[in-house]
Design a protein around this ligand. Sequence first.
Ligand code: G3P
Length: 218
Amino acid sequence: MKIFLDSANLGEVQTAAGWGVISGVTTNPTLLARAGAKDFQAVVAEICRLVPGGPISAEVVSSDTAGMVQEARELADIDPQVVIKIPVTPAGLAAVKQLAAEGIRTNVTLVFSTAQAILAAAAGATFVSPFVGRLDDIGQDGLGLVQEIVTVMDTYDYSTEVIAASIRHPQHVVGAALAGAHIATVPFKVLGQLFEHPLTAQGIERFQADWEALQGNK
Ligand code: G3P
C-alpha cells in the first residue's frame, strides 16, 4: 500500500516528503482554506515540485459537468502530476468520463458506499476515495467499506485504485492495508504517529546511554 499525505500545508508536505515515505498528496478545499492557500494554483504547483512524480489531487468546486471539466483542464495544465478530485454525483461522473477520454486522471471523492464506487469505476475514475473516518463518525464501518470496494475492484479487474481517505488514527492505516487498499491518504499528525512506539523510543535511549557509557570508559 502506498502512503499519500492528506494536506495542503507546504511545510507539512516538505517535512513528510523529507521522511521518504509519501508518494503522493491529496488536497481538498477545506485543507486549502486551513492552509490559507489563497493562490491555490501556486500551492498545487509547489506541492508537485516537493513530491516529484507523485499524483497530486486538486478538487473542482463547480457543480455542473461543463464547469468541472473546465476547472479540471486548468488544474491539469499546472503539472502532469495533477489528478482531478471530483465528487461522486451524476454531473461529476459525466466529467470523469470526459476527462478520462482526454487522458486526465481523476480521483472520485466523497464516496460512502460500494454502489458509488462501482459507478466511479464504470465512469473511468483513476482513483476512488472512500471516507473511512466520516463513516465511523456516524457509527458505520469505514474500513469495512474499503474492504468491500477493494473486493469489487479486484473481482471485476477494474483499474481504479482505492484510496482510503478521512483517516483519523494509525489503526485506520493498518486496517486500510489489511483491507487491500492501494493507497491510504494520511493527515500529517497521523503520519507522525505511525512512527511512534514506546519501545522504539526506549530502545534508542538505551542504545545511546550504553554507547556514551562505553565512550566514557575508554
Ligand atoms: O481529503 C479527503 C478526506 O481525507 C477528508 O478527511 O478528516 O475531513 O474527514 P476528513
